[in-house]
Design a protein around this ligand. Structure first.
Ligand code: ATP
Ligand code: MG
Length: 381
């Protein structure tokens, strides 16, 4: 048999609950590796965030940045905590440096109610929110957050600049994500004939918004005819997401840095389940050769519950699924992990409670030996 293909993963557990949830996620990766003798996940673990400040005086070292560049994907935990309050640079700036170094320009945040019985965690009425599933694709390296800044006592400005090429490369990611979502749903029902991308901008008031709309329309017309493009003003998109989130089902929401920041937080708030939301920051288009990415939970380091075994590891485990899907194109394995998570969240333990951590109203601990049978539909995992 030929040598297994090696995929190199830089593992950065970070601070507080980061290492606890990462340990569980890596167990899942072990199972995938066992089921694929043709693949080897070569892992290198290092420090980032507060723990790196303590040891090296900086939140991320040049060595770690080089390792990230050298790896096929970065699995990231969570960083920061009260013990580094006031530290300069901050623990969080380590993640920003990492994103910049990899040029991870596309931030993906899925909005999904994983199991029907979790609708109760949403602030939105169950009949409106049940079955919601879409992904916000936020431009992460440009726009107002990175433009020239001027700050005087009584006046301040941020330059909000986009170039056509920045919009185009994100459009390719949004289209790839929409295709993958479309392919993952069974036919019939509410399945649209084509994958759908919703583009959110403020073309009515911002020049950069008009460029966003033009550049997006042009590239869809020229290079992405298989995906339907719909335009929406970002403010009205925010309202529609809250009023009727399911109308965006199985689509990608293509948007800039500022609006993406807001829309992706809204999409997290819609589910009400911070402990189960993964995210990805991609440095390329999935399926287009190698697409590096940083994969991490949406939630922070949760210092209030760290060291007690109470953290929910699901967001970190689903981040592994995203890594397999987008960086390694292992769709079957990614979907198997998602199905396994759903199975666990739906299972009952001896006390009649679903196997869930405290944030989801259960009593399970971060690390549990469940001894559940492996469902035949996802064997050999
Ligand atoms: P950051 O600024 O780093 O995002 P934050 O203060 O916004 O941090 P989190 O660290 O995400 O917030 O925590 C918010 C709340 O959610 C805390 O009470 C925390 O305990 C809880 N929480 C976050 N992640 C988890 C998790 N994986 N499991 C259980 N509870 C969690
Ligand atoms: Mg926060």
């Amino acid at each position: 048999m030929s040598a297994p293909k090696t995929l190199r993963i830089l593992v950065l557990p970070g601070d507080h609950v980061g290492p606890e949830i990462m340990a569980e996620a890596l167990k899942v990766l072990d199972v995938v590796e066992q089921s694929r003798p043709d693949l080897r996940f070569q892992r290198d673990t290092d420090l980032v965030g507060g723990c790196s400040i303590d040891k090296h005086g900086v939140p991320v070292t040049d060595v770690v940045l080089e390792k990230a560049l050298d790896s096929d994907a970065v699995l990231f935990g969570s960083i920061g905590g009260p013990e580094w309050a006031g530290a300069q640079p901050t623990p969080e700036s380590g993640l920003l440096e990492l994103r910049r170094k990899l040029n991870a320009f596309a931030n993906l945040r899925p909005c999904e109610i994983l199991v029907p019985s979790l609708v109760g965690a949403s602030p939105i009425r169950p009949e409106l929110v049940a079955g919601t599933k879409f992904i916000v694709v936020r431009e992460n390296c440009g726009g107002a957050y990175f433009g020239e800044k001027r700050e005087e006592t009584d006046q301040a400005s941020d330059l909000w600049v986009y170039s056509r090429s920045e919009v185009e490369r994100l459009a390719q990611v949004s289209a790839a994500v929409a295709r993958m979502l479309h392919a993952s749903i069974a036919g019939g029902g509410d399945k649209s004939p084509k994958p759908v991308v919703w583009s959110a901008d403020k073309a009515n008031v911002l020049a950069s918004g008009r460029l966003w709309r033009r550049a997006t329309s042009d590239i869809f017309q020229r290079e992405i005819p298989d995906v339907e493009l719909r335009h929406q003003l970002a403010d009205s998109m925010a309202m529609l997401m809250v009023k009727n989130p399911r109308q965006f089902n199985h689509s990608a929401i293509h948007t800039d840095n500022t609006f993406g920041d807001i829309l992706s937080d809204i999409s997290g708030g819609i589910t009400g389940t911070l402990g189960v939301l993964p995210s990805a920051s991609l440095a390329g288009v999935p399926g287009d050769g190698s697409c590096k990415g940083i994969y991490e939970p949406v939630h922070g380091s949760a210092p209030d519950i760290s060291g007690k075994g109470l953290a929910n590891p699901v967001a970190q485990i689903l981040s592994v699924a995203m890594m397999l899907r987008y960086s390694f194109l292992l769709e079957e394995e990614a979907a198997a992990i998602e199905q396994a998570v759903i199975k666990v969240l739906d299972s009952k333990d001896n006390g009649g409670l679903a196997i869930r951590t405290g944030d989801l109203g259960g009593k399970a601990r971060c690390s549990e030996q469940l001894g559940l049978p492996i469902p035949s539909s996802i064997e050999p995992l």
